[in-house]
Design a protein around this ligand. Sequence first.
Ligand SMILES: O=C(O)CCC(=O)C(=O)O
Length: 255
Amino acid sequence: MRVIVPRSEAVARFDEHEYVTQFQREGYYIWNGVLDDDRIAHLGEEIDRLPQGEEVRRKRNVYGVRNLLEICPAVAALAADPAVRQFVTPILKHDAFAVRAIFFDKAPGANWSLFWHQDNVISVRERIDAPGFVGWSKKAEVWQVQPPAELLSRMIAIRVHLDESGPHNGPLRVRPGSHRCGWIDDIDEWKAQAPEIVCTVGRGGVVAMCPLTLHASSASESDSHRRVIHIEFADEELPFGLAWNNRIGPTTSAR
Ligand SMILES: O=C(O)CCC(=O)C(=O)O
């Protein structure tokens, strides 16, 4: 299988037109040098300080956190920061808002892999049975539901990398163009038709991705951490009286 590792974008200037064109065609975009070392260190410290709770999975270190927009003000501030929103508003409307954020790390003792999949759930404030919304579950006290694929196709996930993600610490891999095909049943067909892209990205870099883009990641072969803050954005209200669990726009605050 052909594996393409994209060139580092660190030195180039962010070009909004190029960004929108690639994102819409391929369903992902990689950009380095978004956050500086101080900001990354601050975010890392704030996540380490999170008190034990249902949302926080910890072994030696924190390795997974749910509901980050609610429990970590530094991440809520990041979601409203122009450095992150520059990847959101060219794709969504200017009043787009963050609806969910999670944190995950791959580290010795907390290593993991994920087979090819599309992200298929959103977090909502309360359960209201509605046509097209299926597979209800509650995680860390928050309702999760699978919406129609079209809704996810109009969302964007911004992954802020707190550590370098290289070929050996389980980088994200994507199948370009898969976000344009709704729910994908035949993953093997996609694997045959679209070569995977390995999303290597530096500390402080960002991967922007449509939730429907087919993605996967292998376990890390390295001892280094691979910390990511993953923030999802939308720009539309939910139908049938459903409400997003969070709604952090450029000027509003959490909940
Ligand atoms: O960051 C990764 O390695 C993959 C995460 C992922 O697939 C997901 O959050 O759905």
